[in-house]
Design a protein around this ligand. Structure first.
Ligand code: FEO
Length: 400
């Protein structure tokens, strides 16, 4: 059965949610599922903005058919060529063979890479500032390269003042009937997933997101229509501010996260002791993560949130304990910068994890390594507590 929602007189939500997928992009756990948004505008000419992932193909095609009510589909706008949004393009072409496909030159190169259908005869190539009038609506095409992929663009409808934002302003999480951010408790129930989505999917490309935010400043936006998660028609500024923060690598909170990798529990004990000392000195909302049991994407998101990070690692094969190393490499890959970092290493005979963690952080921008750096030989001893107190005091003086 079709499952669509009317957004206004002639704009319809025709996307769908997937609660079966375990790993988004086969890497990110999504326990709350994910939505693949798509929007159909029933103007004098009909225009579909993006398709969906093939996992929801049956639902999506029923939705389109229901809204079109026998009318032809005139245009498909391809804002983003990642398969979670373009996978159903061949099916659309098969069912609506006269459809024109709108994209930029990079879009069409990618369509040919992914698919074999005849795209040239359907191609409408647009560039920055080009427009398409379909009757009541005029769509303006705005290039947003590297707001995930190089071909990404966003589409602004000056009639409704809707910004069809591609991956920007998206989030993990299936839509549960409510398709608007103002119909859910976004700050309580969605923000962590939105941060995890942004930081892991787009976080590497902060300058590109900043460039898009600058372009968006010049638009009068009544609603942001992302390709994942709820639509923003109220308080857009609140979410845009989050994007400003994340894309500039500015810590969202004055807060500390302690990430540890511990083989037999001694490094974990040291992390707990430090957390307790921080609490005694007045630090609130301390976050502690075991890198072995916490998905790296969660820690990446927390690193974007927190101003202070403590990494504690056992030495393993003369290097960093692999689960911690995975997180550090992930942070580097996502351009992590502008943080204060404390390091703790453990090694029963030759502790080297600390030096190697420091080396990785030195390859990131504007990272301040806090002193003292702490070393355990197998387990924390009483005589080492003074060093822990000193480090806890330094972090607490920043945060309290
Ligand atoms: Fe939701 Fe970059 O795809």
């Amino acid at each position: 059965m079709y499952c669509t929602q009317k957004i206004n007189e002639d704009v319809f939500y025709v996307g769908a949610s997937d609660r079966r997928l375990h790993l988004f992009e086969n890497i990110y756990p999504i326990p709350r599922g994910v939505s693949y948004n798509s929007y159909l505008v029933m103007d004098k000419q009909t225009i579909l903005l993006d398709t969906c992932d093939k996992a929801v193909g049956t639902q999506f095609m029923e939705n389109i058919e229901h809204i079109l009510q026998g009318r032809p589909l005139d245009y498909l706008v391809v804002n983003h060529m990642e398969p979670d949004h373009c996978a159903l393009m061949p099916e659309i072409v098969l069912r609506y063979p006269n459809v024109k496909i709108i994209g930029n030159s990079k879009t069409f190169a990618m369509i040919k890479q992914f698919f074999n259908f005849d795209v040239d005869s359907r191609a409408v190539i647009v560039k920055e500032g080009d427009t398409l009038c379909t009757g009541r609506h005029t769509f303006h095409f705005v290039m947003a390269p590297m707001v995930h992929w190089p071909e990404v663009m966003v589409t602004y409808d000056s009639a409704d003042k809707y910004l069809y934002a591609a991956d920007a302003f998206g989030t993990f999480g299936a839509l549960n009937g409510n398709i608007y951010a103002d119909e859910v408790n976004f700050a309580r129930d969605w923000l962590d997933d939105a941060r995890r989505y942004y930081t892991n999917i787009v976080g590497k490309y902060g300058p590109s997101v900043q460039a898009l935010l600058k372009k968006a400043e010049g638009l009068d936006i009544a609603a942001i229509m992302p390709l994942h998660g709820p639509i923003w028609r109220k308080d857009c500024g609140w979410f845009i501010e989050k994007y400003r923060c994340w894309s500039s690598y500015t810590p969202e909170d004055k807060a500390v996260a302690i990430i540890y990798g511990s083989i037999y529990g001694n490094t974990e004990n040291a992390a707990n002791v430090l957390a307790g000392m921080l609490a005694e000195k007045g630090v609130k909302n301390i976050a502690v993560y075991d890198a072995s049991s916490t998905h790296s994407s969660v820690i990446v998101a927390e690193a974007f949130r927190c101003s202070h990070l403590v990494f504690a690692s056992s030495t393993y094969n003369a290097g960093i304990f692999p689960p911690v190393e995975t997180v550090l490499l992930d942070l580097k890959a996502h351009n992590m910068q502008k943080r204060k970092v404390a390091l703790l290493q453990n090694g029963s005979w030759a502790a080297t994890a600390g030096t190697q963690m420091q080396k990785l952080f030195e390859e990131m921008k504007e990272i301040q390594i806090l002193q003292p750096q702490l070393t355990l030989k197998s387990a924390l001893k009483t005589e080492q507590l003074a060093g822990f107190e000193e480090l806890a005091g330094l972090i607490a003086s920043d945060l309290c």
